[in-house]
Design a protein around this ligand. Structure first.
Ligand SMILES: NC(=O)c1ccc[n+]([C@@H]2O[C@H](COP(=O)([O-])OP(=O)(O)OC[C@H]3O[C@@H](n4cnc5c(N)ncnc54)[C@H](OP(=O)(O)O)[C@@H]3O)[C@@H](O)[C@H]2O)c1
Length: 346
């Protein structure tokens, strides 16, 4: 059978490079065409020697592809995605340009007016653990942000079951590649090494996405989320710790309650191949280079607070791996195709 031909717009971003690496091992899809801005005309293997076996030249425009991944920065991605969509291609947008359902949120969070608000209703939020049936029949999938992936997967079972009060704290620590490949002062070695810092204290743009998705899980509750992201000196990975008060009478505050909580999470993620509910508190290293999200739910020592820890690789489950998981569903392939790689540990 002929392989599906895929293309990557902006292969020179970290998300784009990671997509190329993962697609190389995909048995049903051929990476056929890639674009890049400052490297047009160069061999992909000359720009990124680890990708030389793909034998592709970086083009100005994609050609001859059935499915496209856009790894452009937000605002830049929307016009390309709209044009491809109108020409009939299947598209997975890794930027934020189709994630929010309310067009009115784009000016305040992303600083631009959305060019096609009507397409926001049609785009499917690409978190397969919540929206698998819709992704399967979608032509435009908005791949989730890296922080939202870790935060939503940590909280979804508890929110859906009505276990917790709406006031939720999400504390996330990200490796530096989460800030992208574009040079910025905060990602210089001498700024980031041996340093940890909180940022976006007045509101990070991933917050509306987290609220939007958690809100849909429980009609009786609108989550009020305090989200504080941190940059830490590692290349990949996001560790999220989420805290919320347990609603009165919902869960015993002892080991029996912990076991019940674990069962609830196990049941929620039973048929979800890329989420593992762990017995131990997971490490980011347990997801390094693979598409898993590891989730560890527990109750604090006073028996009052839910504490959930989640780990992902921001470039895999937080970007390129999840995009391929979405592509698999859109093409009617098993969700795990080409994504079976285990994490690199230690
Ligand atoms: N990094 C992550 O962990 C992560 C996770 C989830 C989603 N995302 C999303 O994935 C997309 C790519 O992000 P990234 O973090 O990998 O890299 P990035 O820093 O957003 O992009 C890096 C590359 O994009 C190119 N670029 C910059 N502005 C451009 C423009 N206006 N038009 C065309 N190309 C432009 C530049 O390439 P040239 O030097 O060739 O011009 C630059 O090397 C973004 O939308 C981001 O939000 C990233």
């Amino acid at each position: 059978m002929q392989k599906t031909k895929a293309g990557i717009i902006n292969v020179t971003s970290y998300a784009g490079v990671e997509l190329a690496r993962l697609l190389h091992q995909h048995p049903e899809v051929e990476l056929f065409s890639v674009t890049g801005r400052s490297t047009t005309g160069q061999k992909l293997g000359n720009v990124f020697p680890h990708l030389a076996s793909l034998d592709l030249t970086i083009e100005a425009e994609l050609a001859g592809v059935d499915l496209v991944f856009s790894a452009l920065p937000h605002k830049e991605s929307a016009p390309e995605v709209i044009s491809l969509y109108e020409r009939g291609a299947k598209v997975v947008d890794i930027s934020a340009d189709f994630r929010l359902k309310e067009a009115s949120e784009y000016p305040s969070w992303y600083g631009f007016t959305h060019p096609t608000p009507q397409l926001l209703a049609e785009a499917v939020y690409g978190l397969p653990e919540l929206h698998q049936p819709q992704i399967t029949s979608a032509r435009l999938v908005a791949n989730p942000g890296c922080y939202p992936t870790g935060a939503i997967l940590a909280l979804a079972p508890a929110v859906k079951a009505g276990l917790i009060e709406p006031d939720i704290v999400v504390d996330s620590k990200s490796g530096i590649s989460g800030a992208g490949r574009t040079l910025e002062l905060k990602s210089h070695y001498s700024e980031a090494n041996e340093d940890v810092t909180a940022y976006a204290l007045d509101g990070h743009r991933h917050l509306p996405e987290i609220v939007q998705e958690l809100k849909q899980l429980n009609a009786g509750q609108t989550p009020v989320i305090t989200f504080v992201p941190h940059l830490i000196p590692m290349t990949r990975g996001i560790l999220t710790t989420a805290y919320a008060s347990i609603s009165p009478g919902k869960l015993a505050g002892d080991d029996k309650g912990r076991q019940e909580l674990n069962r609830l999470y196990q049941d929620f993620y039973r048929d979800k191949p890329f989420v593992r509910v762990t017995e131990m508190s997971p490490h980011t290293k347990h997801t390094w280079g693979n598409n898993f999200c590891l989730v560890h739910p527990t109750i604090d020592y006073r028996g009052e607070k839910l504490v959930v820890i989640s780990c992902i690789d921001n470039l895999v489950k937080g970007a390129a791996g999840q995009a391929i998981q979405n592509m698999n569903l859109m093409l009617g392939l098993p969700e795990t195709t080409g994504l079976e790689t285990l994490a690199v540990y230690p």
